[in-house]
Design a protein around this ligand. Structure first.
Ligand SMILES: Cc1cc2nc3c(=O)[nH]c(=O)nc-3n(C[C@H](O)[C@H](O)[C@H](O)COP(=O)(O)O)c2cc1C
Length: 165
């Protein structure tokens, strides 16, 4: 649920447009604000992207000059985050692949490195996460705009390797 203060063009959006961030009162005071916003989108909003799209369409005719979410910085340049949210809510992806893997003896890791270097050779932006150390929130963030996900796991007690969802 949003509240719109027409006189000042301020949109109060609670979680929407939020970020898990406790630095920088305003968006232009935080260098990588969109990275924080993408992670928050992926962790909290992505499962509800169709409702998010409806909400974005509902506010599309409002004169929004400031966006004040309950978490993270206040956007006094709302255009950037509005267009990013439209992109994420529509499921628009980049020429980007996210690879997540685990490896006991390093053989699966060797295969992953090979796949990674081949993808990079083809100009595809590739991010790789070793699940033994990875931050799940970072993985979610990269899944928000990835065209493909590759999962590589070793065979353990009859489980087989799945490579692409
Ligand atoms: C506990 C354990 C169970 C395994 N079970 C299987 C299996 O059921 N089938 C198989 O083909 N390989 C099995 N393997 C062999 C591993 O899949 C193989 O060593 C693989 O290269 C491990 O990948 P990694 O080097 O990335 O850890 C098993 C290995 C371990 C240590």
């Amino acid at each position: 649920m949003f509240t719109y203060l027409e006189e000042d063009g301020i949109l109060f959006t609670c979680d929407f447009f939020g970020a898990h961030l406790a630095e920088g009162m305003f968006d232009d005071e935080v260098e990588d604000i969109l990275i924080h916003a993408q992670r928050y989108w992926a962790e909290i909003m992505m499962p509800f992207r169709f409702s998010a799209l409806k909400a974005l369409e509902k506010i599309s005719n409002l004169d929004v000059r400031i966006i004040a979410p309950s978490h993270g910085s206040i956007y006094r340049n709302p255009k950037k985050i509005l267009s990013k949210y439209f992109e994420w809510a529509q499921g628009i992806t980049k020429e980007k692949v996210t690879i997540i893997y685990t490896s006991m003896w390093g053989y699966t890791e060797k295969v992953v490195k090979l796949i990674e270097s081949e993808l990079i050779k083809q100009g595809i932006y590739t991010v790789v996460y070793n699940l033994a150390y990875a931050d799940i929130g970072d993985i979610a963030k990269d899944l928000a705009d990835s065209k493909a996900l590759i999962i590589a796991i070793p065979t353990v007690i009859g489980f087989t390797i799945h490579q692409q969802c």
